[in-house]
Design a protein. Sequence first.
Length: 390
Amino acid sequence: MEFAFELPMITDGAGSCEDLTGDDPDDVCCEKAVLNDPGILLLKKKAAAQNGATALLAPTGGIMHTRLEELGYDDFFISFNEGLTHITADCGQKLPVGGVVYENIRIHEEYGKNVFESAYFDHLEKITVLKNAGASFILLDGFDKLWDMRAGVLAAKTADIPVFVLIRVDDEGKTESDTDYIAALITLQSLGADAFGIECPTGTEDTARLIKKAFPHAEIPLIAAVNVSLCSSEELTRLSENGVSVYIDLSDKHDKNKLDLIKALGTRFDGSAEKDSYAAAIFREAFFLPENIELSEPLECGYSMSDDIIEMDDSQANAVYIVLDSTDDAASIAANADMSYLPFCVHANDPTTLEAALRYYQGRLIVDKRCDIPEDEFASLTEKYGAIIY
């Protein structure tokens, strides 16, 4: 796929006003403080641009309804997002500006249909405001749960703005909720994400190793969030050689020589290259599929569905085949997906039921091509949600 920005791409790393003021965002409205005295924001962003950043992040990550309500500033939700985006754009020498969105605006511990839709509309509201304020792309930053990442990407696609996803992982590539980074990559690039990457607090070496493992499966540019100023030339070279083409520089002060080195190293990303991405996924695992998938016997949704799914793990099948008769059935497979260590293949003869399954399943589904749905509608749905057709 084509990427909308010049590569390698380098952004600064200040994605929230808390990063600028150092205040506790639960006690202080950092956004109001910065907008009342924007000098620190202007200084930070101008320095990033002058030292070689090719894009800037508007510090909008902390603008969430629940937090602003507690601080008494919820009426400023739109104006805070707009103001910070405008200031960032004004000091960026016409560089692209990324609007930052932190994970689910209203925190939910349990996943479900209503929770997903709540997250989707929360993200859509903020992303729309950021786009209208002049953001060139959206950065979903620090997301933990795959369903919330999916909600954010779908919202950005609805708003028609490029979307990058950055997740924080341990040295095994897992988020705190056990979401696997390659499963997230496979799912989100099929859904339409424009770039995907990781921040790995255990160090640059682990970041480079994980990126190298992801690169053969990446159809979109890969992001690494690192402190460039602390990286050696050898480390930056390894990141580039392993497949990084978008850098989020977490440095407090940007090192122009090292940013120039990144640019000189170039990028390995080739949007036309064939990738090993024929894979289904659930949040904890990607399933790279054989040419001939061995489907289980048809499984119907019902009271014993979870037990039936677990039993499938001991069968010869390498995908669980499920017949869906209603949107309730579709919601039930989303709720039971983590009961299996196999990917799911679904059959539905009603487009509304199929869309519900594709929308709420926390991963990437396989869809039976024999569904009795008009061809153009079937193609539109499966393409929108990045399904595998078998």
